[in-house]
Design a protein around this ligand. Structure first.
Ligand code: FPP
Length: 221
């Protein structure tokens, strides 16, 4: 969800103003995902590297997360949304962890859209923590183990489409393992301007692509 800072700067405002407007885009994209019957929507909200941002921005973002979770809980219920937060929790405040756990628990039985917020997450962190746990189980002789089941995304399908806003064309440490066959969509639109029409266009563009997963066109017909 890139471009919040630039969006705010263009308007002579603080970066946090852009993040607050960005939260409105989150709401709009969730609405469209529900309307279109999309199974999973993952949002890269805060990377492990983002902890190095100015302290006031980090605190502002964490407060915005907590506020959004509390405010959106009725919407999760109304729209049958299963809410999840994935990432390295060790740096999160106890209060935020409690709010996250509560929202995850309360929505765990919902069967519509699964909304995943990646918070304090990085692909390298995930692969490292998975490798450590996998190696321990392997060493102790556990049989039938699969590496993928040790990633924090265990049980969640790999993404079909990855959208990156604001003209950047990098993966920036997001779902490194899981994006092996993901389609990429880059747009110049800054995240606060990325609303339903822009999301719909990204999905339509994705739908027109041929995915071969390493096979030939003939094989997948
Ligand atoms: C990157 O843009 C954006 C972030 C680090 C924060 C994203 C968070 C939100 C949109 C808040 C709402 C989220 C939820 C899940 C409720 P940037 O600041 O790097 O922008 P820039 O590249 O223009 O500086």
């Amino acid at each position: 969800m890139d471009g919040n800072g630039r969006w705010a700067k263009q308007r002579g405002k603080e970066r946090l103003y852009g993040h607050i407007e960005g939260a409105e885009s989150v709401r709009a994209c969730c609405e469209l995902a529900v309307e279109m019957g999309i199974g999973y929507l993952s949002l890269y909200a805060f990377s492990t590297e983002n902890w190095n941002r100015p302290q006031d921005e980090v605190i502002g973002l964490m407060n915005l997360m907590a506020k959004s979770i509390l405010e959106e809980k009725p919407t999760f219920e109304k729209n049958n949304i299963r809410f999840m937060v994935l990432g390295d929790r060790s740096h999160l405040s106890d209060e935020l962890k409690r709010d996250i756990d509560k929202a995850m628990e309360e929505t765990s039985g919902n069967t519509g859209l699964t909304l995943i917020v990646f918070l304090s997450y990085s692909g390298k962190w995930d692969i490292e923590q998975a490798a450590r746990r996998y190696a321990e189980d392997y060493k102790s002789g556990k049989e039938g183990i699969s590496f993928e089941n040790y990633l924090c995304t265990a049980g969640i399908p790999d993404p079909d489409l990855l959208i990156r806003t604001s003209g950047e064309q990098r993966i920036s440490n997001f779902l490194l393992w899981q994006c092996a066959y993901t389609e990429f969509y880059f747009t110049e639109t800054l995240w606060p301007d990325f609303r339903k029409p822009q999301f719909r266009l990204a999905i339509e563009t994705f739908a027109s692509r041929e995915r071969r997963f390493g096979k030939t066109s003939e094989q997948i017909k």
